[in-house]
Design a protein around this ligand. Structure first.
Ligand code: ZN
Length: 490
């Protein structure tokens, strides 16, 4: 793909981020790192790039996102997930060109923010779903970002499960085989393409998936040798729903479906019981922590210290841009570092900020199912980010790794390489014409002032469900004017 490139005179993050940065050169041969160390000799013909003290770290990995929802940024009112979902059909029926546009813009924002890989769960409800997925994958290839795309499959309607089966109606199972075939076709067309694209299997979440669908997804992921990526226990109603539907905690049920193996990645896990925390750690499934999204939607707090203490494998993500409202992995790292402190009385259990770097790199690599990403080391893929050490975030330079998390922001990112290819140079994305994409996005927005695809028919029923813990009244009315404490996970 490329020749040899010697990154000279930088400080490189140790494979164990807790050891921090140390002076070293990085030699890249093609798409991989060939050598890391001080004073490397320049091989004949190798290009040399002087980093002048810049910080080299592995590319950040956004382990949970939904690119089509970029369309809805700052368009949806502040509401809990169950109501937010009614107004967030963005992309499901969008034309392929529009989906490609949001993928390119998402990739641009992420690459300029030091993100070199993304897991994109894409839910399309259109006859042109194949073409829509193609447009997204083409957008990522053009941008030069590494992407695992999980076409979302679901066979239950949210309103049939989330109002907690109050109606008692049987749950319809529809188009299961068709949906799995769509995933199989996407995998056949794209898995491994351009060395950048992977296909994953993406059952939406237990609130939208039947047991047969989950069983089909597990079988498909194993047959294809790819990850299975699904939402789980994002909100308190989902925990209640699981108890009512199966008479036991959600993860106990998913474990019985053989869904907690090492190929499974669970997004959110905000409401596990202590037993479920032990279960997921023991079974080996990964968890993606999306702290900003969980706070923005009022979903709660994933018990990160408890999961880490139990030995669970954890990655970080932003979730959809429209429930965050952004795609900054620097934000995700800082949120994850400090969010848990008020809920963790023993401060010795507070996650160390520098450890968030590991979750956002090596943790993300595991969510992608790749053991050749996530650290700067010989033999690994050269997905690298160069940060500007002269930025005020690193002044004074007391602990550069910790400052990357606690004072980090996308503006630190000077250069980005994916598979040895320079995609950002001196803060400019060289792969895409960003001003032209911005202009296209403005045109799309003008054409469709309300791209949310909103269907509000279930709103009264869902509002009633959300207010049930407060006797059906708005909490302010129920408590005489004082704001009640939100329920927190144990
Ligand atoms: Zn999500």
């Amino acid at each position: 793909m490329t020749g040899m490139l010697l990154l000279r005179g930088g400080l490189v993050l140790d494979p164990d981020p807790m050891r921090g940065f140390a002076a070293a050169d990085v030699l890249i041969d093609g798409e991989r790192v060939a050598a890391v160390g001080p004073g490397l000799t320049r091989p004949d013909g190798a290009e040399v790039r002087d980093l002048a003290g810049g910080l080299v770290m592995p590319g950040l990995i956004n382990a949970h996102a939904h690119s089509p929802y970029l369309a809805n940024i700052s368009l949806v009112d502040e509401e809990p997930l169950e109501l937010w979902s009614l107004a967030n059909g963005a992309g499901r029926g969008a034309a392929p060109t529009e989906l490609g546009l949001w993928a390119r813009l998402s990739a641009a924002e992420m690459l300029l923010g030091g993100v070199t890989s993304v897991v994109d769960m894409v839910r399309l409800e259109t006859a042109a779903a194949d073409e829509g997925l193609d447009a997204i994958a083409e957008g990522y290839v053009e941008a030069g970002i590494r992407a695992a795309i999980a076409p979302v499959v679901a066979d239950l309607r949210l309103e049939d499960t989330i109002p907690l089966a109050t109606s008692g109606n049987p749950i319809p199972i529809a188009r299961l085989e068709d949906q799995l075939e769509l995933v199989g076709r996407f995998h056949a067309r794209w898995h491994g393409r351009a060395g950048r694209i992977a296909a994953q299997v993406g059952p939406s979440g237990p609130q939208r998936c039947s047991d047969p669908l989950y069983a089909g997804c597990v079988a498909l992921a194993r047959r294809l040798g790819t990850r299975l990526h699904t939402h789980a226990l994002e909100t308190a109603p989902q925990r209640e729903q699981a108890q009512r539907r199966w008479g036991r905690p959600m993860l106990e049920h998913l474990a019985e479906l053989d869904l907690l193996g090492s190929e499974t990645v669970l997004a959110h896990l905000v409401w596990p019981t202590p037993g479920e925390i032990e279960l997921v750690a023991r079974a080996g499934a990964m968890v993606v922590h999306n702290p900003a999204s969980n706070r923005a939607l009022g979903s709660g707090r994933m018990p990160l210290p408890e999961l880490l203490r139990a030995g669970a494998r954890v990655a970080l993500g932003t979730d959809a841009a429209s429930c965050n409202d952004g795609l900054s992995m620097f934000e995700a790292m800082k949120w994850a570092a400090i969010l848990h402190r008020p809920f963790t009385p023993d401060w010795h259990d507070w996650p160390h900020p520098t450890r968030m770097l590991q979750l956002a790199t090596a943790g993300g690599a595991a969510a992608l199912g790749r053991d050749d990403l996530g650290v700067v080391a010989p033999g690994r893929l050269a997905d690298l980010v160069v940060l500007d050490r002269d930025d005020l975030a690193f002044v004074p330079p007391n602990d550069l790794a910790r400052q990357t998390v606690m004072r980090g922001h996308p503006g630190l990112v000077r250069d980005v390489l994916v598979g040895g290819q320079t995609v950002v140079r001196d803060r400019r994305l060289v792969t895409l014409d960003v001003p032209a994409l911005v202009e296209q996005a403005r045109t799309v927005a003008q054409r469709d002032p309300n791209p949310s695809g909103s269907d509000q028919r279930s709103r009264p029923e869902i509002e009633e469900m959300l207010l049930r813990p407060w006797g059906g009244q708005r909490p302010r009315d129920a408590s005489g004017g004082e704001e009640p404490q939100r329920r927190q996970p144990p």
